[in-house]
Design a protein around this ligand. Structure first.
Ligand code: NAD
Length: 467
């Protein structure tokens, strides 16, 4: 099914609710195309949605895990059943390549099933007794959860919140990102129909709606994925009513290449892990540390690999590199590259432009490699969240470790080496929630067993953090 123009409403108590304001969602790869429009809510809608979730909670909390599990398994199947429609809409509204969206939806279905599997033992009460007393430890739901998600991976991030909240007997109110609200809302609306009214609700909007949710007195917990700046406001807003918070925030993942790495072997994977989703990924590699004596060879090889990218419209089957998602991100990354140029670091713009005549019709940026930056200049220390990567030379292992750790970010990291034992030893020196070897991303096994999250500013702990 191909849908050309969509209008997405709020979802309150399983009713679609229209509002007086609608925002057009344009295709970031072709800005003249409107993919759909979305109803924008306000504080009154937030109050209605939270109250509906609170009412629904009174009965939903008493359902048993078997019933919740079977509904969630149906939800996973719904994602897969209509996957072609979702892939098309999300690719158009987000700028992501269709295979990337498809893989994300499949991972989201897997995540739901993993959560259900984990729940089968998670809720077993533990009872202990001695001569004087008897103790029973039982896990209980906590009430209404708010899920706030960004635009760059809307499906997996929403399901990170939905599956754990519901399996525990909580109810949920979502606020999708205004930059990719259509596909994820269609999915959540389809899933919501499986559940009693009020268990799943959606209110669209920006920071005002976000703030109305995070200050609402009936909300017990906030599960927020986004950047550090917004996270600070969320923390302040949540403080008045002392809500629990789960954060999954941005990253500045270092990749450290050791001097025994086979550069030809690692380069394709490293380049993929830097530039996936045009660099707009929380645990993409965001800076690379390279031994001084390998620097020139490494730089040349990386330039060759990056130059293979075909930059173009995300639905053009020839494209391997799509546009960035929105005007803010586009301007921010462009200006960052300009400031880096002015700093004296060498900038190389690469990749093949498929349709030069259409270049200015979307948020297109070429992938950029930054040579010889100062190790502490902005392009190295910020979360660029776009297609630009700094390469920093190092002389000693300790220097590489110190530079990698000298940051407030602590989400992911990676070590690239031909010697697995050495890489493991090295990885234990890195201050990050996750350190990968010869990749910067999870396998199916990792997705099931690694508690997703980080240290320092990246405070999240678990993909199943609400459990
Ligand atoms: P953002 O922080 O600007 O926005 C995130 C969400 O918060 C959006 O839905 C936004 O509308 C909402 N929001 C804005 N102001 C709010 C407020 N005052 N109160 C409540 N909600 C508010 O992030 P973004 O630009 O959408 O996404 C990019 C960021 O997300 C990057 O930093 C990226 O690293 C991070 N991210 C982290 C993870 C992770 O799992 N660690 C995954 C993906 C993205």
């Amino acid at each position: 099914m191909i849908i050309n123009k969509l209008q997405i409403q709020l979802l309150i108590n399983n009713q679609e609710v229209g509002t007086t304001t609608y925002t057009e969602i344009r295709d970031p790869g072709c800005l003249t195309d409107i993919v759909g429009e979305v109803a924008v809510g306000n504080a009154l809608h937030v109050d209605q949605a939270v109250n509906s979730a609170h009412q629904a909670y009174q009965a939903w909390r008493k359902t048993d895990v078997a019933e919740r599990s079977s509904l969630l398994l149906e939800a996973a199947s719904i994602l897969e059943a209509d996957i072609d429609t979702y892939v098309h809409i999300i690719a158009r509204e987000s700028g992501m390549l269709p295979p990337v969206v498809r893989a994300e939806i499949n991972s989201a279905a897997l995540l739901i099933r993993n959560t259900v599997e984990e729940a089968q033992t998670f809720f077993e009460p533990k009872q202990v007794e001695d001569a004087d007393s008897w103790v029973s430890l039982e896990r209980k739901p906590i009430g209404v959860i708010v899920g706030i998600v960004p635009w760059n991976a809307p499906v997996i991030l929403a399901m990170h919140k939905l599956a754990p909240a519901l399996i525990c007997g909580n109810t949920i109110v979502f606020k999708p990102s205004p930059h990719a609200p259509l596909g994820i809302s269609m999915m959540i609306q389809a899933i919501a129909k499986l559940f009693p009214p009020g268990v799943i609700n959606i209110v669209h909007g920006g920071s005002d709606v976000g703030s109305a949710l995070t200050t609402h007195p009936l909300v017990r917990k906030i599960s927020f994925t986004g950047g550090a700046i917004v996270a600070k406001s969320v923390m302040k807003d949540a403080a008045n009513s002392l809500k629990r918070i789960l954060f999954e925030l941005g990253g500045n993942d270092p990749a450290i290449v050791l001097d025994d790495a086979n550069l030809q072997d690692i380069m394709p994977k490293l380049v993929t892990d830097i530039f996936r989703r045009s660099g707009q990924f929380c645990f993409a590699v965001k800076r690379v540390y390279v031994p001084q004596n390998m620097y020139n060879t490494f730089f040349d090889l990386m330039c060759q690999a990056v130059d293979q990218f075909k930059i173009g419209y995300q639905l053009d089957e020839r494209s391997t590199f799509g546009p960035v998602n929105n005007a803010n991100q586009y301007t921010y990354v462009k200006e960052l590259i300009e400031r880096t140029k002015r700093s004296g670091a060498k900038i190389v713009e690469l990749g093949q432009i498929l349709e030069p005549d259409h270049w200015n019709e979307g948020y297109y940026l070429r992938p950029v490699i930054v040579r010889d930056p100062d190790p502490y200049q902005e392009i190295v220390t910020c979360e660029q969240f776009g297609p630009v990567i700094p390469l920093i030379p190092y002389r000693t292992e300790q220097e590489a470790i110190d530079m990698a750790n000298d940051t407030e970010y602590g989400l992911g990291s990676s070590i690239w080496s031909s010697d697995f034992e050495r890489a493991i030893r090295f990885s234990r020196e890195i201050e990050a929630g996750m350190t990968f070897i010869n990749q910067n991303g999870s396998s199916k096994l990792g997705a099931k067993h690694i508690p997703f999250g980080g240290v320092k500013w990246d405070r999240s702990r678990s993909i199943r953090g609400i459990l």
